[in-house]
Design a protein around this ligand. Structure first.
Ligand SMILES: NC(=O)C1=CN([C@@H]2O[C@H](COP(=O)(O)OP(=O)(O)OC[C@H]3O[C@@H](n4cnc5c(N)ncnc54)[C@H](O)[C@@H]3O)[C@@H](O)[C@H]2O)C=CC1
Ligand SMILES: CC(C)c1ccc(C(=O)O)c(O)c1O
Length: 246
């Protein structure tokens, strides 16, 4: 039986790249997203036979959706070994104009979702005595991001802290919890956020002068998901072309 992974926000972008690399590494993969149709379309492209994939609706704002997705994965594949809390939203509003409601919305979708995902998936994994959780943070959570993304940056910084807390809590259950903090990665979201005329300026600021590679992030998840990766937990893996160094 294959090892089993679940990725949130996996219908496109980095989540899809991560799901694809896990699938290529032999995992059975649950591709989850806000829209079941988009998750199903991504799963159909990845795995036309449907033998090692499962498309699910999982709105990360809903704890019930996490619980239902876990139950569906266990029913179909028998277990869940790897969970990637990837889904998030961005909003761009000058920091002094962000309303409390907008702040709450971003923190709920980006941070509370990771908290709930670690609780729900972590409890299942710890009961089984084994698991791997990877949380998607961001360079913005390390360096403060931009003046129009204060809530986004704060939401991602909090993921780094939550990752350490759950790593300690779940270690005795054989579960590791790590975060990845990417800088700008070649992806639909970066292409949408950075118009062509601003791309040169962005690249000029990156020490390696290139965008990051989404498949590399997927391969990093595959490495962190290996049983042999038991000794890295609570860590945040920077993938940012030199934009932030500890
Ligand atoms: N693209 C980049 O360069 C960077 C991305 N990141 C992080 O990587 C992750 C993925 O980013 P991208 O692929 O660029 O984003 P994206 O916007 O292309 O994809 C996000 C996916 O999440 C889904 N989603 C949105 N709300 C959801 C909800 N409530 N429940 C479930 N799914 C939902 C969307 O439908 C979409 O499929 C995010 O956590 C983001 O903050 C971090 C640093 C850089
Ligand atoms: C694709 C989005 C807008 C994006 C771009 C850059 C960063 C970063 O450098 O930290 C992000 O976190 C993003 O989400």
């Amino acid at each position: 039986m294959s090892q089993v992974a679940l990725v949130t926000g996996a219908a496109q972008g980095l989540g899809l790249a991560i799901a694809s690399r896990l699938f290529a590494a032999g995992y059975a993969v649950a591709i989850t997203d806000l829209s079941l149709e988009r998750a199903q379309a991504a799963a159909d492209r990845l795995d036309p036979s449907g033998q090692r994939s499962l498309a699910l609706k999982l709105d990360v704002d809903s704890k019930a959706d996490f619980e239902a997705a876990l139950a569906a994965v266990v029913e179909r594949f028998g277990a869940l070994h790897v969970a990637v809390n990837n889904a998030a939203m961005t909003m761009t509003t000058p920091v002094m104009q962000i309303s409390p409601e907008e702040f709450d919305r971003v923190l709920s979708l980006n941070t509370r979702s990771v908290f709930v995902g670690c609780q729900v998936f972590g409890a299942h994994m710890a009961a089984a005595g084994y698991g791997r959780i990877v949380n998607m943070a961001s360079l913005a959570g390390q360096n403060g991001g931009t003046a129009t993304g204060a809530h986004y940056a704060a939401s991602k910084g909090a993921i780094v802290t939550l990752t350490k807390i759950f790593a300690k809590e779940l270690a005795s259950g054989g579960v590791t919890v790590n975060a990845i903090a990417p800088g700008p990665i070649e992806s639909p979201a970066v292409r949408a956020a950075v118009p062509p005329e601003r791309m040169e300026g962005l690249l000029a600021n990156i020490p390696v002068k290139r965008l990051g590679d989404a498949d590399f992030l997927g391969d990093l998840v595959v490495q962190l998901a290996r049983p042999e990766a038991y000794f890295t937990t609570g860590a945040t893996w920077d993938v940012n072309g030199g934009l932030f160094m500890r």
